[in-house]
Ligand binder design. Structure first.
Ligand SMILES: Nc1ncnc2c1ncn2[C@@H]1O[C@H](COP(=O)(O)OP(=O)(O)OP(=O)(O)O)[C@@H](O)[C@H]1O
Length: 298
């Protein structure tokens, strides 16, 4: 069942076009990611889904109705940006305050416990660590027992351990039946967490697929680099099985392709009595797919 539908969305700020043509649908129970580099239009898109901004063109439906509809807002959990809570508010006070906005609030003490914040309930917001603040912002987004949680740049500023813990938390939220719309510019986060991903570039959706599907779409699964131990013509490996492209820069060969690429290359080199020095084999990941799809480093 589709819970969010975005078709040909457009949004301008004055002369600046922030969103040109964004379309995607989110199905109930999935973690749907939106990835793109800074300024691609991700936040503008989700703020329209949240009912915080109005679209200039296109169609947006959330749970079958307009995103601004108060009944929809009751069913949607939105993550606050860090600066939006007063320094002195206590964790439990923030939870009670946000719970009061909802008709069907969750048990705030149980939610704090689930997010590992029970022992910080009486602490002031300003005294929390970055990871604790982030967990509180997730707790606040869940306080209304939402069907959909919209999380924007979830792990920015967290250390690797806190990032991993946050990822587990998001998986848990999904396992409890909440649909998650996740905005991120971290490729590892998207690859690890999301069931499907929309890639947004310069205000347009350029691809929508599973992480594995996006990776498969980019031509080659493997990249092999090495320096030959002896003179090797640039076209020496062109006909080797699995080889898609060969590039030589400053004596270093970079070969993309599929299949048993490293073995095939080593055999071809051995036949010429050449040894591959500094041999490196890299499996394609979402980062490389993203670069191939958008033509830019993130
Ligand atoms: N309130 C605003 N007024 C004017 N321009 C804006 C406003 N908000 C965003 N923009 C511009 O719209 C474009 C898209 O911004 P948006 O924040 O949606 O992108 P983003 O993909 O979320 O980027 P980031 O990852 O940096 O948050 C950018 O060029 C941005 O400068």
């Amino acid at each position: 069942m589709t819970v969010i539908e975005v078709q040909r969305l457009e949004k301008r700020y004055g002369d600046r076009v922030a969103v040109r043509d964004v379309s995607f649908t989110v199905e109930r129970g999935e973690i749907f990611g939106i990835i793109g580099r800074n300024g691609a239009g991700k936040t503008t898109t989700v703020e329209i889904v949240e009912g915080l901004r109005k679209a200039d063109g296109g169609v947006v439906r959330v749970l079958g109705t307009d995103p601004g509809d108060p009944a929809v807002r009751q069913r949607l959990g939105v993550q606050l940006q860090e600066s939006q809570l007063p320094d002195r508010i206590r964790v439990d006070e923030a939870m009670e305050l946000f719970a009061s906005f909802y008709e069907r609030p969750a048990d705030t003490a149980a939610l704090l416990a689930q997010l590992g914040l029970a022992e910080h309930a009486k602490q002031q917001y300003k005294r929390l660590s970055g990871g604790q603040k982030q967990r509180l912002s997730i707790a606040l987004s869940l306080v209304g027992s939402p069907e959909i949680a919209v999380l924007d740049e979830l792990t920015t500023g967290l250390d690797p351990q806190a990032r991993r813990e946050t990822w587990e938390l998001i998986s848990d939220i999904r396992d409890r039946g909440v649909t998650v719309l996740l905005v991120t510019h971290f490729m590892d986060e998207a690859e690890r967490l999301c069931d499907r991903i929309a890639v947004i570039d310069a205000g347009r959706t350029v691809a929508i697929d599973t992480p594995a599907g996006l990776i498969r779409r980019v031509a080659s699964g493997l990249t092999v680099t090495f320096r030959p131990s002896a003179e090797l013509p640039a076209d020496a490996l062109a006909g080797v099985p699995g080889v898609a492209t060969v590039d030589v820069q400053g004596g270093e060969f970079t070969i993309t392709g599929t299949g048993n690429l490293a073995h095939e290359i080593s055999s071809a080199l051995a036949a010429r009595s050449v040894v591959p020095l500094n041999l490196n084999i890299v499996q394609a990941d979402l980062e490389s797919a993203f670069v191939a799809l958008t033509g830019k480093e993130n």
